[in-house]
Design a protein around this ligand. Structure first.
Ligand code: CA
Length: 224
């Protein structure tokens, strides 16, 4: 059973979230403050984190950054203010999804399942191209025995571009293929993820640019 970490200081909401996940056959750990979540994460590896923005001791933004610096575990951030979502996206925290309170618990579980399905089952038509080996299991890409960890969004971007190697994909096309719901995704967000992805690929293989940006049009993956 996938393990979900819920970090939420509203005790009643946390309980409701837990009950809903348990009903949907998930294992759940509930933590009510940021510092305890930091400690717990040192020894545990959840399959997904539901992270509240405003938390006592260590807030959700700090926690999200810390987690992202070390792992690509999917994160769904929750916040009480819809205006906060734009700001969070602007901060490029690397969260995989955002929900505004009050949200439906059914929606939370549904989005969790979509994200986990992408992480676990995603397959490529041609898993090996250009010498890059993309692992769908643990969101890693490797080249010549070197590995680098990708976030889920970066993995999805790379898969999408590689599957249409040589073709230009516009930012809109990328957004459509990567997010179910594009309400909170801007072109700038895609550019920022692409920038990070390119940097990671360049560290793996400095001799080749895999992703070209085509001015005014979008991005193109090029085989080596
Ligand atoms: Ca809170």
């Amino acid at each position: 059973m996938p393990l979900i970490l819920i970090v939420e200081d509203e005790v009643r909401l946390a309980q409701l979230e837990r009950d809903y996940f348990i009903q949907a056959n998930f294992e759940v750990e509930v933590i009510h403050n940021g510092r305890q979540a930091q400690q717990w994460l040192q020894e545990n590896k959840p399959d997904l984190i539901v992270l509240d923005l405003m938390l006592p001791s260590v807030d959700g933004i700090t926690l999200c950054r810390e987690v992202r610096a070390k792992s690509s575990v999917p994160i769904i951030m929750t916040t009480a203010k819809v205006e906060e979502i734009d700001r969070l996206i602007g901060l490029e925290l690397g969260a995989d999804d955002y929900l505004c309170k009050p949200f439906s618990l059914r929606e939370l579980v549904a989005r969790t399942k979509v994200i986990l399905r992408r992480t676990q089952v995603q397959t490529l038509d041609r898993p090996e191209q250009a010498g890059l080996l993309v692992s769908q299991q643990n969101t890693q890409v490797s080249y010549n025995g070197k590995n680098t960890e990708l976030t889920l969004v970066e993995l999805n971007l790379l898969n999408t571009l590689m599957a249409r190697s040589g073709q230009i994909l516009s930012r809109d096309q990328l957004i459509d293929r990567i997010y179910d719901d594009r309400r909170v995704v801007s072109d700038r967000t895609i550019d920022s993820h692409i920038k990070k992805l390119r940097k990671k690929l360049n560290e793996l293989d400095p001799d080749h640019d895999y992703i070209y940006s085509v001015y005014g049009a979008g991005y193109r993956f090029e085989d080596k």
